[in-house]
Write a protein of this length. Sequence first.
Lengths: 135, 542
Amino acid sequence: MTQKKIRVLLAKPDLDGHDRGAKVVALALRDAGMEITYTGLHNSIDQIVNAAIQEDVDVIGLSIMTGAHLSIAKTLLHRLKRESVDDMCVIIGGVIPKQDISKLEDLGVDGVFPGGAQFDEITTSIKKMIAERGE
Amino acid sequence: MGVAKYIKNEKDAIEEVIYQSGIKVKPSYGPKDLEEVGFDYEKDLADPGQYPFTRSIHPQGYRSRAWTTRQYTGFGTPAETNARFKMMIAHGQNGLNVAFDLPTQMGLDSDDPKAKGEVGRVGMAVDSLKDFEIAFKDIPFDRIGAGLTINANATVMLAMYQAVAKKYGYPKEKISATPQNDILKEMIGRGAWIFPVEHGVRLVGDSIEYAVKELPRCSPVSLCGYHIRESGATPAQEIGYSFEIARAYIENVVARGLKPEEFVGGFSFNLNVYGNLWEQIAKFRAARKLWAQMLKEEYGVTEPKKLFLRGLFGGGGSGLTKAQPENNIIRSSYYALAAALGGAQTTALCSFDEAFTIPTPRAALLSLRTLEILMDEVGLRDTVDPLAGSYFIETLTKQMEAKIREEMQKIKDLGGMINAVSTGAIQSEIANQAYAFEKGMQNNELIKVGVNKYAEEDEPEVELHEYNETWAKDQIASVQEVRRTRNTRDVVRCLKKLEQVSRDGLNVMPCLVECCDAYATVGEMTGVFREVFGEWREPNIF
C-alpha cells in the first residue's frame, strides 16, 4: 500500500524573525518523508490559514518565540473554525513554557513541541495525529 | 563535546577533535607547528597596538581601559526601561544597549492592529520622540553611549536619538550611538527586515554618509556576525560573512563619492562568544588582523585608528539552555572569558534565564557582575593578549585566518553578499548547517551538559520576567495623545518631504531628524519608506 505524503505548512506568525527552529524542523520533516511548505516570515494568521487551505495541508505548524503563543493559537483556531476547516492538525513549537503546554492543548492544539524536542518525537506525533484524524 | 566533534576510542580517550570551522586539533603543539603555518611575529602579530592588530588595537589592552559593559535592556514602556537603565548604571554598567519591541523594529506604531500582543514584549515600545524623552531621561549622553538594536528602520532611531539628545542639551557632535543597522544580516538571520535588499542597503549607506558629516562620535553600523552565527553559521563564516557584508556597505558609500578612509572608522562589530573557547579566541585575533588587512590593502585606508576592528564580543544566546538554567551562569562566565582573552572593547552577556524570556533584574545584574568579576577580580586586566606566543593559539589563529578567507572567497564566487542574500544561497547553507548541528545534538555526537549528558528529570522552577498587559494599554494611550497634541501640519509637511527625499535618492537622515522633532511616529516614518520602497520577498529555500 502506498501512503499519501503528509503535507505540512510551517509558518512564522506575526513579527518575530527567529526562524532557525522553523527551518531546522522543516528539514527534519522533509527527511522524514513529509511534504513541506514554509511560509517565510511576518505572516498574519489570515495569510497562514489561506496558504494552508490553498495547499490543502494536513498539518499547520507554527513556530513562536515571543511568548505570544496563547493568543496566536486562539486566533488561528478561531479562524480555522470560521473557515469550517476541521481536518487539519495544528502543532506549535518554539519558546513555550511548561505550564503553557496543557493550556495550548486545552485550546485545541494537537501537539506542542518546545525547543529541544526530538525530531523523532515530532514526526511520530504527527503521523499518529494524522492516523487518528483519518479514523 | 560541546560544539566541536570528538572522536574517541574504546577507552574514552580522544583520538580526534574537529572544530566547527573545520580545523583539526592536535594533542600537542610546539615550535614546528608555528613553522608549518608560516608564523612570523612581525607580520602575523606585531606588538599590541601595531598593525595588523592581531594582539590588540591598544598597546596596553585593558590596562589602559577596561571593557565597556552594555547589557541588552528594554521592555514594556519607556518609563519601565528608563528605570532599568538607571538600575544597571547604578551597578557599574557604563554603556546602554537598547532592546526595542518587535512592532518598533518592524516600523509599526503600538496601536497598529499588527502590533497586537507584541507591544513592549521583547523590548521597549517606541512610537515617537516623546518615548525617547522618557527612556533617556537623566542619562548622561556625553558619558554613556547607547547601542540601538534596530536594523530595518535604524535610520529613524538614529535620527530620534539625535533629536532627544538635542532636547536634553547635548550637541550632536558629543553623542555616541551605535545603531545595529546591519540589514543584510537581518535577511540572513534574525529576520527583522522590511524593505527590498537594495533599499535596505541604501538606508545603511545614508546613515553612514550622514554620520561622517554630522555625528562624528557615532558608529553608524554594527556588523553582526553574531546573529548569523546564532542562525547556524560556523565561527569562520561568522567573520567571513560579516566582512563581505561590510564590503557591500563600503561599496554603497564609495559610490556616493566618499573615500573608505573617511567612513570605515564608524564600523564596529557584534560577534558571538559561545562555543569552543580556543576557537573563539583564535577567531577574534584572526578577525582583527584580516579586517585591518582588508581595509589597508583593498581600500587603501592608512590611518591606524581607522583599521581597528572594534567590537562587542558577547551574548552567547544559542549556547544557553532551558534545562538546568543555573548552568547558564557558569557557561556565560566562560563565554565572557573568551571575550576578554579575545580583546573585546565592549561586552554583554545573555542572562541565565534568557532561554525562557527576557531577563529579570536579578538575572541581568548577575550577568553584569560576571563581567565585573573578570575585570576587577580575576586578573584579565593584568597584561594585554596573554595567550600570545602559545604554540597552539598562534597556530590556530593562522588556521582560522585561512578558514575565514575561504568563506570570504565563497561569497565572492556567489557574486558578492547582496547576490548571495537575494538568491537565498547563504540562508540555505546556514539552515542546512543548523539542521546538521541539531542532529548532532540529538544523536549525542555533540554534548550539552544538562541536556544530552547529566540531564535531570525534575527541573527546579526559575523566577521569570512576566509580560504585563497594561504596558500595551498605556503605550497605546500615549501614542494617541501624541497624535492629538502635536502640530499636525508640521508632521504632514515633514512626512511629505521625507517621501520626496526617499524617492529622489537623497539622504533621508536630515529629514528624519525634522520628522522626529515634529513628533512624527515610527510607524508614519517607516510607512513612508514602505510606500516608496515596497517590501522584501524572501527567496524560498525549500
